[in-house]
Every structure is written in structure tokens, then in C-alpha cells.
Design a protein around this ligand. Structure first.
Ligand SMILES: O=C(O)C1=C[C@@H](OP(=O)(O)O)[C@@H](O)[C@H](O)C1
Ligand SMILES: C=C(OP(=O)(O)O)C(=O)O
Length: 481
């Protein structure tokens, strides 16, 4: 779809104010422990419609994947740690609450950055005994439900895990079976391979060799690697099964482990060896979330405008760095100079063929729905086990707006079709909400069912998104903090 815009209106801000928010309301139930305290917008939300090409400069909050990895490592480290510019969102709040349950002391420090305070972490005491047991709410966070059980196995006491109803549908079996293979006592109350379950932890995990089928999620591997230095014999982990998805996320895990002094060998594909040893205390700056930068960069393509993101980390282990290649394939001009990523969209958006786009896929699919040529996304069968079955959800919701999307066994085929407004269901999935927002930039009257789902990884999304359209060269307004 081309993006022809009428001449810019005299008072752009006034026009957006009329259209931007319909039933949306500030939430009275901010996520627990969410230090950011950003004003919440929840519920049905009329996606702002761009009246002219965007021209904006912004930074986004910290990386979910880095924040939750460093929180886990800090809880297991050999001394107090500091996370600077961490993410403050539902997923990070759930991780903080989980690690506190296991004995880590996590405090917010005065000051901090644009998106909330820094964090100081005093690790779990080595001899922590959870006399009253612990109950961990995983919400819908894959990083909490997969990364925390191996950490819990290193405490002493009973640790119960549960989460949102949708989380009970997400695959857990390989992590639980792996821990059982390592001798950890796990009782499943629901299905034996899913939440809810509880761990009767003895404070020690011997470690050793493990065979795991990680074709359902890279998080099964990352979860075991992160705790492995604290296993008595370390870990020799081997994957057996269909290809492992989201390999960039495993590379990130290896990268952060090495950064805190852990010896990891990943020289043989599908095998990882972690030597036992201390996790060195650290003081780290969390990079902004490049995956969550995606919808803002996509806005440049959708509207034929320009979006700049200063402070783009390079080098980085984040999968979102792939935007620099992906958006060129869609037809954008992309440059990285002096740490500023600049993306400028053209007259039209090209169709693309892309493999293993991992968590970038919903944003990619939204751009494909606006493209002038057909697209094929492959290697993302495991998205059926994400926050929702993302392949089914994207196909259903884009088609409900007049699109032409077919599900394939491992992805999506998307053919250009004229789109119209309508309700875009979100299925408790933050990336469905942002996909609806992207389409709504150029398709009038798209309503996103629950924009509040973006609080999973970016509570500031609706505010930043509206500012993207109305206020160039801006960052989050202080009034929302
Ligand atoms: O380890 C991580 O931080 C993540 C790994 C990926 O999971 P999958 O391998 O299940 O795709 C990714 O999609 C998720 O958003 C975050
Ligand atoms: C798949 C995702 O999340 P999770 O960490 O819950 O798996 C995601 O953020 O796209």
C-alpha cells in the first residue's frame, strides 16, 4: 500500500487529540513493583492515524531480554550489582518480585534515567532457606517462567510457580524435564510439563550432561545456561530435535555470561558447555530495547517519514539490531552514524522473504500487510507458543481488516490487499497491540483492543507513539512519569 498523505494540517496536535484515544483510560492498577510509575493507558484505543510523514527522534526504554538476564545473574552473583537504565515494565517487575521471593534484595536507587530508577541487587544468600516457601507469579513472561526455575532449584525450600491463564498454555516441558534429569524434585499440579508446578529445592544442583529439545523456544537453553555456573559440575548442554529458534537470544545469553567472568564454550552448533564458577559482581548499563524500537522505525516506512534513534548500541547482542538489514529489504534508507540510527521510508513498502524473525515477526508482519508486493515469513513455527499463537492471531486480525494472510506450517504468507478500519484483537500480546498501531497509522479507524498489553515490555508505548506523531525531536514527557 502506498502512503499518500494530504497536506499537513495547521494544528496537527489538535487533530490527533480528537482521534487518538477513545475508551482508553489511565489504569488504577499499575504493575506491582513497577518503579517507572508511567501513566497507564489501557483498554480499547483508536490507533493514531498519521496525517503526514513522521519526523521524529526518540529513545525507547531498556531491553527486556538484557534486564531480565542481568537480574538473574545479579541474584546469583558473588557480590552486589547495579543495573543502570533497566527496563521497568510488567515483565521486569515480575522478575524482580520472583528473585525477591528467592532471597535477593533488589532496591531502586535515587536518580536514574529517563525511564526510571537504577537497581541495586544484593544476591540470594548462598544458604537461603525459604522456611515459608515461595510463590512465584510468572505473569505471561517467558523469561520469568523459563529462567527462574533453575535459580529456584539453588534455594532451599518449596517454590510454587504459576502465571496468567495464557501462560499455562506456553511450553515448559523441556526446562522441567531438564531439571528433573539433574535430580531436582518437581511436582506438577496441572499437566506434568506445564504451569502450575512446584520445586522442592535442596539448595544444590549437581549439573553435568543434559539433552534438551529446544525447538520450541531458545529460552529453554538460556534458562539452563544462566544458572549453570552455580551447578556443582557446571553443564554440558546438547540440543536434539528440530532447529532451535531465536539463536540470537542464546548468543546474547552466552555474551552476558562471558561478560561476568563465566567460561562458556559454544563453538559446536547445538552444544554449550558452562564451567562451574563464580558469577562476578557487575555494574552494567542496559541498552535500549531494539526490538521495541521496531514499531517506531516501522512508522517511518508506513508513513514515508524519518525516525532517528540516538544511542543505538553497536556492537550489540540484541536481535533488534537486525532492523538495519530488515528495513532495507522493505525499501527504507537506513544509516547508523555517530550512534544515531536513521530510518527513512520510501514511497512504497516492498514485499519481503525473511526467515527466523523471532520476536520481530509481529512488527514485520504489520509492515508486510502494508507492502505493495507479496511476503513470506518462515522459520517461526514456535511463535504459536508465544504470548498467544501469533501466527493465527496475526492472520486473523490482518484478515479482519481486509488483508490476505495465510498461515503456513512455519510462518505466514502475506499478499497485498486494501485494508479498512476495524477492531484489532490483542490476545494479551504486547506485540499484537503494536502491530495494530502500525497498521492504524495509515489505515483509518483501526481500534486496538487493549493497548494496555504493551505494559508487558513498554508501558510508555501509547504515550511515545502519540508523541511520535505530534511532537518531533522529543522524548517521554515528564508529566507521564
Ligand atoms: O531469551 C529471551 O529474552 C527471548 C527469547 C525469544 O524467545 P523464543 O526463543 O521463545 O522465541 C524471544 O522471542 C523472547 O521475546 C525473548
Ligand atoms: C515472545 C516474547 O516474550 P517472552 O519473553 O514472554 O517469551 C516477546 O516479547 O515477543
Amino acid at each position: 500500500m502506498a502512503s499518500p498523505f494530504p497536506a499537513a494540517p495547521a494544528d496537527l496536535h489538535a487533530q490527533h487529540s480528537q482521534h487518538a484515544v477513545s475508551d482508553a483510560k489511565p489504569s488504577e492498577t499499575a504493575a506491582p513493583d513497577d518503579a517507572a510509575g508511567a501513566a497507564r493507558i489501557e483498554g480499547r484505543w483508536t490507533a493514531p492515524h498519521a496525517l503526514r510523514p513522521v519526523d521524529a527522534t526518540l529513545t525507547v526504554p531498556g531491553s527486556k531480554s538484557l534486564t531480565n538476564r542481568y537480574l538473574v545473574l545479579a541474584a546469583l552473583a558473588d557480590g552486589p550489582c547495579r543495573l543502570r537504565a533497566p527496563l521497568h515494565s510488567r515483565d521486569s517487575a515480575l522478575m524482580i518480585a520472583a528473585l525477591r521471593q528467592l532471597g535477593a534484595v533488589i532496591e531502586e536507587l535515587d536518580g536514574g534515567g529517563q525511564f526510571g530508577p537504577d537497581l541495586h541487587v544484593t544476591p540470594m544468600p548462598a544458604d537461603a532457606v525459604l522456611t515459608a516457601g515461595a510463590a512465584i507469579d510468572c505473569g505471561l513472561a517467558g523469561t520469568v517462567m523459563r529462567f527462574v526455575p533453575p535459580v529456584a532449584a539453588l534455594a532451599t525450600g518449596s517454590v510454587a510457580f504459576d502465571g496468567d491463564p495464557q501462560a499455562r498454555e506456553r511450553p515448559m516441558g523441556p526446562v522441567l524435564n531438564a531439571l528433573r534429569d539433574l535430580g531436582v524434585d518437581i511436582a506438577g499440579q496441572c499437566a506434568p510439563q506445564a504451569m502450575p508446578f512446584s520445586i522442592n529445592a535442596t539448595g544444590r544442583v549437581h549439573g553435568g550432561h543434559l539433552l534438551v529439545d529446544a525447538s520450541g523456544s531458545s529460552q529453554f537453553i538460556s534458562a539452563l545456561l544462566l544458572a549453570a555456573p552455580r551447578f556443582e559440575a557446571g553443564l554440558q548442554l546438547e540440543h536434539a530435535g528440530k532447529p532451535v529458534p531465536s539463536l540470537d537470544h542464546i548468543a546474547m545469553t552466552v555474551d552476558v555470561l562471558r561478560g561476568v567472568g563465566v567460561a562458556v564454550d559454544d563453538s559446536v552448533p547445538g552444544r554449550w558447555t558452562v564451567l562451574p564458577g563464580p558469577i562476578r559482581a557487575f555494574d552494567v548499563v542496559i541498552e535500549q530495547d531494539l526490538s521495541n524500537a521496531g514499531p517506531f522505525l516501522a512508522a517511518a516506512l508506513a508513513t514515508g517519514g524519518t525516525v532517528r534513534i540516538p544511542g543505538w548500541p553497536s556492537p550489540t547482542a540484541q536481535v533488534g539490531d537486525k532492523w538495519r538489514d530488515i528495513l532495507v529489504k522493505f525499501g527504507a534508507a537506513v544509516s547508523l552514524a555517530d550512534g544515531v540510527l536513521t530510518v527513512t521510508g520510501g514511497e512504497t513498502i516492498n514485499g519481503v522473504e525473511l526467515a527466523d524473525t523471532s520476536e520481530l515477526a509481529p512488527t514485520v508482519a504489520a509492515l508486510c500487510a502494508l507492502a505493495t508486493g507479496p511476503s513470506r515469513l518462515t522459520g517461526i513455527a514456535h511463535l504459536r507458543g508465544h504470548e498467544t499463537d501469533r501466527l493465527a492471531a496475526l492472520a486473523a486480525q490482518i484478515n479482519a481488516l481486509g488483508g490476505s494472510v495465510v498461515e503456513t506450517p512455519d510462518g505466514l504468507g502475506i499478499t497485498p490487499a486494501p485494508l479498512h478500519g476495524g477492531l484489532f484483537h490483542t490476545y494479551a500480546d504486547h506485540r499484537m497491540a503494536t502491530a495494530g498501531a502500525i497498521i492504524g497509522l495509515v489505515v483509518p479507524r483501526v481500534e486496538v483492543e487493549d493497548i494496555g498489553t504493551t505494559a508487558k515490555t513498554m508501558p510508555e508505548f501509547p504515550v511515545l507513539w502519540e508523541a511520535l506523531l505530534t511532537r518531533p525531536d522529543r522524548s517521554i514527557p515528564s508529566a507521564t512519569r
